[in-house]
Write a protein that binds this ligand. Structure first.
Ligand code: F6P
Length: 374
């Protein structure tokens, strides 16, 4: 805003949440609102990702009262969508067909009509890529990294990840009871998209016998061999953790959806596929389950709340300094700023020779890539 305008009206900050929900989103919103108000600003929420900017009634004023008690509440009070790309917005027509529309001009007009001075965009790689494009178009924008998948390269960790790992670990702990009582192989499929962070961390913490992740293509025969060896040693049961994006050596990951416009491709089904194969290869009774969206919901743990609050407050600082086109990032012990374009450039995958994988191997966990003993 111009300096004369600055004297006549308060700074107007907008905030939105995009992509899949993650534990901690509301804590970021609370920090943004309280820190913004402390600066003497007005703060507004944009509902349903970026969509609220071109939809009727999609902008709501946020006050200290509207964010009261939010730190430990799962989901996002602003709503979210992973179908809200303003550059390629997919609208379903009344006949069921889908059209793709560029809404970026409407978004820009609405941003200026609301006299917003800056936007804090909380999201994963998709929403932050959009943020980077909007920044190029002149919107003063600061990103906040969110995802349970932990696949953003420019921050040590994203909020939501550790809560998801805890949820998945608790679920695996429970599976031990049934697996052991029934002498079964229990196969559990966990989220993570192209990466195996949740599966690796929860699998190792939950004492899984095999962990299959996208970064290490597997052979089911190798997993079956390690399970047969375990049954021979007793106790006769096994837990197999499968990242949804895992793929067999020389094969493809399992996908659901048609991939046609309006129906995005998602990972899903590899756990059941492996369970069927293991049952045939070992003759042991086998069951599979998909933990699914349980990993995204619920109360954020203390670590994720704290990280979310720190990210929110740091994003407000960057706005106050006029430091736009960047994303807050955890670089312990500090929260720093990295350029948005750099932040979305790479996917952070599990290092296959890293300490956690090495630890698992030393404990006898199979990754399905072990050679047959000679
Ligand atoms: O990115 C978070 C995530 O939960 C992934 O782990 C998963 O593949 C995807 O979102 C599921 O998306 P949706 O909510 O559209 O099913």
């Amino acid at each position: 805003m111009s300096s004369s305008e600055a004297r006549t009206r308060p700074f107007r900050l907008a905030v939105n949440t995009g992509g899949g929900d993650a534990p901690g989103l509301n804590a970021v919103i609370r920090a943004v609102v309280l820190a913004g108000i402390k600066n003497g600003w007005e703060v507004f929420g944009i509902e349903r990702g970026y969509q609220g900017l071109w939809e009727e009634d999609g902008v709501v004023p946020l006050t200290a009262k509207s964010v009261e008690g939010l730190t430990n509440v799962g989901g996002t009070i602003l709503g979210t969508t992973n179908r809200g790309d303003p550059f390629a917005w997919r609208r379903t027509r009344s006949d069921g067909s889908v059209e793709t529309i560029d809404k970026s001009n409407e978004l820009l007009e609405s941003f200026h009509r609301h006299r917003f001075d800056a936007l804090i965009a909380i999201g994963g790689d998709g929403s932050l890529r959009i943020a980077a494009e909007l920044s190029e178009l002149g919107i003063p924008i600061v990103g906040v990294p969110k995802t349970i998948d932990n696949d953003l390269a420019s921050t040590q960790v994203t909020f939501g990840f550790r809560t998801a790992v805890q949820t998945a670990t608790d679920a695996i702990d429970k599976l031990h009871s049934t697996a052991r009582s029934h002498e079964r192989i229990m196969v559990v499929e966990l989220m993570g998209r192209h990466t195996g962070w949740i599966a690796l961390f929860a699998g190792l913490s939950g004492s899984a016998d095999a962990i299959l992740i996208p970064e290490i293509p597997f052979r089911t025969e190798a997993v079956a061999r390690s399970i047969r060896a375990k049954y021979a040693r007793e106790p006769r049961y096994a837990i197999v953790v499968v990242a949804e994006g895992a793929r067999p050596l020389g094969g493809d990951p399992a996908l659901v959806g048609s991939g046609n416009e309006g129906d995005s491709l998602r990972y899903g089904g590899m756990g059941e596929r492996i369970a069927q194969h293991l049952s045939i290869l070992t003759s042991f009774e086998t069951r599979s389950l998909v933990l699914g969206h349980l990993q995204r919901g619920g109360v954020p743990n203390a670590y994720d709340r704290l990280l979310a609050l720190r990210f929110g407050a740091a994003a407000v600082d960057l706005v106050a300094q006029g430091d736009f086109g960047c994303m807050v990032s955890l670089d312990p012990p500090e929260v720093l700023a990295v350029p948005l374009l750099e932040a979305v450039e790479h996917t952070k995958t599990v290092p296959t020779e890293g300490d956690v994988v090495r630890t698992a191997r030393k404990l006898g966990v199979s990754f399905g890539d072990e050679d047959e003993p000679g």
